[in-house]
Ligand binder design. Structure first.
Ligand SMILES: Nc1ncnc2c1ncn2[C@@H]1O[C@H](COP(=O)(O)OP(=O)(O)OP(=O)(O)O)[C@@H](O)[C@H]1O
Ligand SMILES: [Zn+2]
Length: 289
C-alpha cells in the first residue's frame, strides 16, 4: 500500500511517500510559508501518486481529537498565518483520502520506538529543542493524548539566579520554551546557537533548564528512554551536561539502573532516526489506522 506522510514544522514541511515497511520512496522539503502558498505545494506533491492514506505530524497547538468537528485544525500557534487554519480538513477535501493527525513530537516518539533509539523499550519521550520546545510520549503502543495534546515545552522551571533574561514566549514569557529554545539563546547572548558553540557558560545554563524539565517529565511520566532532538541539540556537548544535572537533581530518588552514572548515557540519547523521526512517524501513523 502506498502511504503519504507530512511532518509539518514551523520552518519547513517534510513530505514523503512510503510503504508499510516504513521505506520512503520519494521525499520533498518545502519552507513553511502562508498556508495559501504552502497548501498548493503539498497538493502538487501528493496528487496522482496513488496514496491511500496520509499521516500528518503537526506543530501545535493542533486539534488531534478524532471526534472533534475541528480535527486537524491549528489553534493558537505563534505562527500567526496558521492560527485556526483547518489543515486536516483541507487535505481531506482535496486529496479525498483519510488523514490521520497527531503532533510532530508524538509521532517522532512513536517512530523512535519503532525504528530508532527506543526499539528495546515499551515507552519513550521525544523532546525537540528548536525554534520552540515540545515533547511527545509513546507508551505501550500509543501516543499520549488527553484533553488535547500535552504542552511540555511551556512548563515553568526555576530561574538561574544569574539569568535575568525576560523570556520570549508570547503567552508566558519565561516558561521553558521562553528561556531555553533557540530564539531565546539568540536574544539572551546576541548570537545564534551555532555561533555560541565554544561558550561553556551558554551550555551550562541551557543544560540547567533542560535538565529541570527532564526531571519533571521523569517524575510525571516515567519514560523508559528520553530522546532529545531539534536544532539546539546539535550541540552535542549538551548531552553530558544534561545527564549530569538530571542525576544531581533527582538525587537518587527514582530507583532505576538507567538513572545511574554508568547507564544514563543510554537513557538520555539523540534520535536514532536523525532528522527523519518526524516524517517516518507520520508514515507509521498512516500505516496503523
Ligand atoms: N547547530 C546548532 N547549534 C545551536 N542551535 C542551533 C543549531 N542549529 C539550529 N539551531 C537553532 O535551532 C532553532 C531551529 O530549530 P530546528 O532546526 O529544530 O527547526 P524548527 O523545525 O523550526 O523547530 P521547531 O521544531 O521548534 O518548529 C533555531 O533557533 C536555531 O538557531
Ligand atoms: Zn510558554
Amino acid at each position: 500500500m502506498k502511504l503519504g506522510a507530512i511532518e509539518a514544522g514551523g520552518t519547513k514541511f517534510v513530505m514523503a511517500i512510503g510503504n508499510e515497511q516504513g521505506e520512503i520512496s520519494e521525499k520533498m522539503v518545502i519552507p513553511t510559508e502562508h498556508p495559501e502558498i504552502t497548501l498548493p505545494k503539498i497538493l502538487d506533491f501528493f496528487k496522482n501518486k496513488g496514496i491511500e492514506k496520509l499521516g500528518l505530524g503537526g506543530f501545535g497547538p493542533i486539534d488531534i481529537n478524532r471526534n472533534s468537528s475541528t480535527y486537524g485544525q491549528l489553534q493558537k500557534t505563534p505562527k500567526t498565518d496558521w492560527v485556526d487554519y483547518p489543515l486536516g480538513e483541507k487535505l481531506k477535501q482535496e486529496l479525498g483520502i483519510p488523514i490521520i493527525i497527531d503532533t510532530d513530537v508524538n509521532v517522532a516518539a512513536m517512530s523512535e520506538a519503532k525504528w530508532g533509539s527506543a526499539t528495546d523499550v515499551d515507552s519513550c519521550l521525544y523532546i525537540t529543542v528548536g525554534t520552540g520546545i515540545g515533547a511527545g510520549a509513546y507508551f505501550q503502543g500509543k501516543t499520549l493524548k488527553g484533553l488535547s495534546h500535552s504542552e511540555m515545552g511551556h512548563i515553568k522551571v526555576r530561574r538561574h539566579p544569574e539569568d535575568t533574561y525576560e523570556g520570549t514566549c508570547p503567552y508566558h514569557k519565561d516558561c521553558l520554551e521562553g528561556i531555553a529554545a533557540g530564539p531565546s539563546l539568540e536574544k539572551r547572548w546576541g548570537k545564534k546557537g551555532h555561533e555560541l558553540a565554544d561558550d561553556q557558560k551558554v551550555w551550562e545554563l541551557e543544560a540547567y533548564y533542560l535538565a529541570q524539565a527532564l526531571t519533571n517529565y521523569i517524575y510525571i511520566l516515567s519514560p523508559e528512554r528520553i530522546i532529545m532532538g531539534g536544532g539546539v541539540m546539535k550541540q552535542q556537548q549538551l548531552f553530558p551536561l544534561i545527564r549530569k544535572n538530571v542525576l544531581e537533581m533527582l538525587n537518587g530518588y527514582v530507583s532505576s539502573p538507567y538513572l545511574t552514572e554508568k547507564e544514563i548515557d543510554r537513557y538520555i540519547v539523540p534520535p536514532g532516526l536523525t532528522d527523519e523521526a518526524g516524517v517516518k512517524g507520520a508514515l507509521y501513523l498512516a500505516m496503523n489506522e
